[in-house]
Design a binder for this molecule. Structure first.
Ligand code: GUN
Ligand code: FE
Length: 442
């Protein structure tokens, strides 16, 4: 692959911003460029410097006046729920039983799983998301479809087969042994193949027997380099049910701790009704609480207390949680995150939002050397954002006077229309696809 110089207003974070305009937290080049070579970032700087160093004959993708950022990262969503967004009127447990456990049964069909997996990846890319951590269904076919679709697009994706052996319809249940064997086989086939990473995925305490939790413990011990994902403290009825099923545990978090499931590679969806003790356990183990604002509002679950996580030193990340989450867009997700925090008297600065979607989420995955920031040696996963993509944004931008203000407009008013292009390992995926489609029609 030949070198490409991606030109535009380059923005990338180097640390978490401390306030509304903490200029030390990011690098910004008004007329900047990213040199891409063999799918990696080779250099980042001003366009003048990079063009001089690259010499003549270099191909240039000119995205001025748009922003050039690292590809966005989504740390929790469900690929088999792509067609279940906007399922009406229920809170978590009723929503799962009424809609989700019906929808996920469709994924025993390989053809259906493959169709949705492809559309799912394309939808992520349309929204500028280049890496995501996803639950598949209980069926190994869904995991095959998921990683195949990711591999076809060369996306760095993390996912795994949901394990559940109770409190779900027969057609969606495995057994402790089956869940173990299928997970083991899928890890062997996919984990570390190309850009794929496996996540061991007991759905949550309600849908796994103690025997399945034991099997999860074994899987985690045998594969310490795999991720672990589950759900924790999303809804009061869920907490009461989960703790009633594990009477020996002192609280919901303790259920997972007692099976050694918490560590730096563990992602815990929601974490809303947490005691200080529970958040401190996350801090001690390095497990990550995942803030899912659109989902928590949509299901009427509650408000994630980010400041308490920070105060107690626990790691957190942010995610869409499609299909309880209502949008694939991380911009729309941060818009809702801002409001959820605002309701609790907490602030989310626009710089911090963009940090969270990129470097913050990469750090939560311990992948900051590869994704989430633009530096020499990183994977060239890049999103191009247009802050004037909608007429109302164009008007609003006429009176914007700082980068932070522009980012806030993007997050508050933006969506997939603002994603002008997205690069996966250096390859343009959006315009590229549109042009391909046009050629096919012509
Ligand atoms: N808890 C267990 N499964 C799910 C799920 O699919 N979505 C959400 N939001 N919470 C869950
Ligand atoms: Fe979820």
């Amino acid at each position: 692959m030949s070198d490409v110089l991606i030109r535009g207003r380059v923005l990338t974070f180097v640390r978490e911003p401390a306030g509304i305009d903490d200029a030390g937290a990011y690098r910004y080049h008004e007329d900047g460029a990213v040199l891409v070579r063999n799918g990696k970032v080779a250099d980042v700087g001003t366009y003048a410097d990079l063009a001089k160093r690259a010499g003549s004959g270099i191909s240039i993708a000119d995205h001025r006046p748009n922003l050039v950022l690292p590809g966005l990262i989504d740390t929790h969503l469900h690929f088999p729920q792509t067609q279940a967004i906007a399922s009406y009127g229920a809170q978590l447990l009723e929503w799962l039983n009424t809609y989700i456990f019906v929808e996920e049964q469709k994924f025993q069909e390989s053809q259906h799983a493959a169709f949705i997996a492809g559309r799912f990846m394309d939808e992520l890319l349309s929204n500028g998301t280049t890496t995501a951590v996803a639950y598949c269904s209980v069926h190994p076919e869904s995991v095959e479809a998921f990683f195949t679709a990711a591999e076809e697009r060369n996306m760095l994706m993390i996912g795994g087969k949901v394990m559940m052996d109770r409190n779900a319809p027969e057609a969606l249940r495995d057994t402790p042994q089956k869940g173990y064997d299928e997970t083991k086989h899928l890890i062997g086939k996919w984990h570390g193949r190309g850009r794929a990473h496996y996540a061991i995925s007991p759905r949550f305490a309600i849908t796994s027997t103690p025997e399945q939790m034991e099997m999860s413990r074994a899987l985690v011990a045998e594969h310490p380099d795999c991720y672990v994902q589950t759900h924790l403290s999303e809804n009061r009825d869920e907490i009461a049910f989960a703790t009633s099923l594990y009477p020996g545990a002192q609280d919901y978090t303790d259920i997972y701790t007692s099976y050694d499931l918490l560590g730096r590679k563990t992602l815990l969806g929601h974490c809303i009704y947490m005691s200080d003790r529970e958040i401190s356990v996350l801090a001690e183990t390095g497990a990550v609480g995942v803030f899912c604002p659109t989902s928590n509002l949509f299901l009427g679950s509650g408000l994630f207390d980010r400041d308490r996580f920070d105060r107690l030193g626990a790691r957190h990340s942010v995610a869409t949680d499609v299909g309880a989450g209502t949008s694939f867009s991380m911009l729309e997700t941060m818009d809702e995150a801002y409001k959820v925090l605002h309701l609790q008297g907490q602030r989310l600065s626009p710089l911090n939002s963009f940090y969270m979607m990129t470097l913050g989420n990469a750090r939560a995955l311990d992948l900051e050397h590869r994704i989430g920031s633009l530096h020499a040696g990183a994977d060239a996963d890049i999103v191009i954002l247009d802050s004037r993509a909608k007429p109302a944004m164009e008007l609003r931008m006429q009176v914007a006077s700082s980068l932070a203000e522009e980012l806030f407009v993007l997050q508050t008013m933006g969506d997939d229309r603002c994603v002008a292009e997205v690069y996966v390992a250096g390859r343009p995926m959006k315009r590229g696809r549109r042009e391909q489609a046009k050629t096919l029609i012509e």
